[in-house]
Write a protein that binds this ligand. Structure first.
Ligand code: SF4
Length: 421
């Protein structure tokens, strides 16, 4: 019998995860011997004693004329920690087998590089390429924390591969909701990025069990206003479909499929924006129907994203000269931290400490230009001036990268590591 792996258990490949939950003959891959080794390896790769110490002492340190503030919540979330643990455990449980990963385990280059070093090969996540045709039953396939579209899961199951599913429980909660919408004939309006793994995975579930459900992905408030205008007044169907090309289900007809709508969101969006989207769509349905009975919503921002956003709002109440946001450039939750901070304080979105080149030069991702740029105005690092530097990090950023950033800031200001205690 072929076994699939769900979190810490194995179940036969032909069983759906739902039935597996009921009847799964569990074989624990989180065996103490495996997890002990995994914990040690993960600690070596990602742990930081400096960050832990700073966190324990209230998140603030001042040495000479340099103060550093750390957000109360930052870095790895529970979903990411679990996904990394399971990926590392896979290598130990299957030392000899080919192990593949659908896309990236999380959006952090360093973490993904470690998996590559373990021989875990990333497969394309946008399309079911021939790489998937070439899988064989002995292969192991890891599903990332974002999940994967239903078609990918079916393909891998069809190949009989071992599947290590690290999909975060908070993402699955959204899937349950959009499946429910589909069952009730409600179109899912998904607030998210159409080219993000999680949103693609969620959109595939919005088609429902029979594939007849519909979805529309919206990202900006301008997208939402366009949709709301169509809900209230109707409009040019062709123009609508062109505007949302690649962001709606096959056969989507705005004249039909905007009658009953349910809002869901990518788990890592900006909460305030998602709430505004809900408010605007509800108002449009109310204006059209005279009641909001055909509008549904479900707040699917995950707890970890919310905590990091709230902690940043709190941190921004303190005077700061500059804020460094550390994380992968394709990390949605990290980008939203940058969006929150930018209006309040000079903010640099950096991948790691190597982006801080010198006192004058910092390489960072510009959300508006959507590219990495170099800024040469390092006055904030001028050792002659007293400064307060804030640091936060997205849910996919390991502590060792935060530590490197802290050390680099102090080092450039002439303060050695030893002075940090
Ligand atoms: S950011 Fe939220 S949804 Fe994503 S892995 Fe972490 S806890 Fe899960």
């Amino acid at each position: 019998m072929r076994w699939r792996i769900l979190d810490s258990g194995l179940y036969p490949a032909h069983m759906s995860s739902a039935s597996a939950d009921e009847k799964r003959p569990r074989i624990n891959i989180r065996r103490p011997d495996v997890m002990e080794l995994v914990a040690a390896q993960v600690a070596v790769h990602f742990h930081s004693s400096i960050v832990e110490k700073l966190r324990d002492s209230g998140g603030k340190i001042t040495v000479a004329n340099t103060s550093l503030l750390l957000a109360e919540q930052f870095g790895f979330c529970y979903g990411v920690e679990r996904a990394i643990d399971l990926a590392y455990a896979s290598r130990r449980v299957f030392p000899e087998q080919r192990i593949f990963l659908i896309g990236e385990i999380i959006h952090n280059p360093e973490v993904n590089a470690h998996l590559r070093e373990m021989g875990i090969v990333s497969l394309p996540w946008q399309d079911l390429t021939e790489d998937y045709d070439n899988l064989v039953a002995e292969d192991v396939v890891i599903v990332p924390a974002f999940g994967a579209p239903a078609a990918f899961m079916e393909k891998v199951a069809g190949k009989g591969c071992y599947v290590v599913d690290t999909t975060c429980g908070d993402v699955m909660k959204v899937w349950r909701r959009v499946r429910g919408y589909a069952k009730d004939g409600v179109t899912s309006v998904i607030h998210g990025k159409a080219n993000h793994e999680e949103t693609r995975a969620t959109a595939s579930r919005a088609l429902g069990e029979n594939g007849e459900g519909h979805y529309l992905i919206v990202l900006t408030l301008a997208d939402v206003d366009y949709v709301c205008d169509f809900i209230c007044r109707g409009g040019d169907k062709a123009a609508f479909l062109e505007r949302f090309a690649g962001s709606h289900s096959a056969g989507f007809d705005p004249d039909i499929h905007l009658k009953k709508v349910g809002v869901a969101n990518q788990t890592t969006m900006l909460k305030s924006e998602t709430e505004e989207i809900q408010r605007r769509i509800r108002a449009a349905v109310l204006a059209r129907d005279g009641d909001a009975g055909s509008f549904h919503f479900f707040d699917t921002i995950c707890g970890a994203t919310q905590e990091r956003q709230d902690a940043l709002f709190e941190m921004l109440k303190n005077p700061m000269d500059v804020l460094l946001v550390v994380g992968g450039y394709n990390s949605s939750n990290t980008a939203h931290l940058v969006e929150i901070a930018e209006p309040e304080v000079p903010t640099f979105f950096i991948r790691d400490a190597s982006c801080i080149r010198s006192l004058e030069e910092i390489v960072h991702f510009d959300l508006h230009q959507k590219q990495e740029i170099t800024s040469r105005d390092g006055k904030w690092l001028d050792p002659q001036q007293a400064v307060t530097v804030g640091i936060t990090a997205g849910a996919s950023c390991p502590n060792n990268l935060i530590e490197d950033t802290i050390l680099k800031v102090f080092e450039l200001r002439g303060i050695p590591r030893e002075a940090l205690g």
